[in-house]
Design a protein around this ligand. Structure first.
Ligand SMILES: [Zn+2]
Length: 209
């Protein structure tokens, strides 16, 4: 059993919580609550579908929006707000934090901040962020990582196995990453409804970060 559990450990979570404890990997909570997050939208069809699924079980979620997409689909941004979900900053152009200068990175985040009209939550695309950026960003944002990556973006994902893996990894305070993107759509539509039912049957609340 020990070995099986070890396989299920999320690499980034394990490394990250050790070396980058100033980022949020899982919330410390005293109630049975998890935090569902959706990256890379908004998308005109997929994001509304996600919200409808969430609302069937009374769940709230955080949408880490790419500014470019928010510019294209302002009505979806509005819907996220009016349906009482929450927006987070995922940069304007979905750039990689290890491949650009700190100044460029911070500028891109500022652009997204303007586009989505302010959020105190930031998630770095690809989980890539450098130390200098962390120090500066931490002043204005809570940097939200995750302890559960669904890997819904993988074309060949075994969704049965993924469902078991994410359910097994779920605990109070967990932060779960899905993607409201075309790349993830097929897997998302298989994984999300069943996972929401699991959370509901286990008595988890699904709240805003
Ligand atoms: Zn992303």
């Amino acid at each position: 059993m020990g070995c099986i559990s070890f396989v299920h450990l999320n690499f980034w979570y394990t490394i990250g919580k050790t070396f980058l404890p100033q980022l949020t990997w899982r919330r410390k909570v005293d109630e049975k609550v998890v935090y569902l997050t959706f990256d890379d939208g908004p998308h005109p069809a997929i994001t509304p579908w996600v919200m409808t699924e969430l609302e069937k079980v009374g769940a709230k979620a955080t949408f880490f929006a790419v500014g470019d997409n928010a510019v294209k689909y302002p009505e979806v941004v509005t819907a996220i707000n009016t349906r009482n979900h929450q927006l987070g900053n995922h940069t304007q152009h979905h750039i990689k934090g290890w491949q650009v200068l700190k100044e460029e990175y911070l500028h891109d985040i500022a652009l997204c901040d303007k586009t989505i009209a302010g959020s105190k939550l930031f998630r770095p695309p690809y989980g890539q962020i450098n130390f200098k950026s962390i120090a500066l960003l931490s002043l204005d944002y809570e940097i939200i990582m995750w302890d559960i990556l669904t890997k819904d973006y993988l074309p060949g994902l075994n969704t049965n196995r993924a469902q078991k893996r994410i359910q097994k990894a779920t605990r109070p305070g967990s932060i779960i990453v899905f993607h409201d993107s075309e790349k993830a759509e097929k897997n998302l539509k298989i994984l999300l409804p069943e996972y929401l039912q699991f959370l509901k049957s286990e008595g988890y609340l699904m709240k805003l970060l």
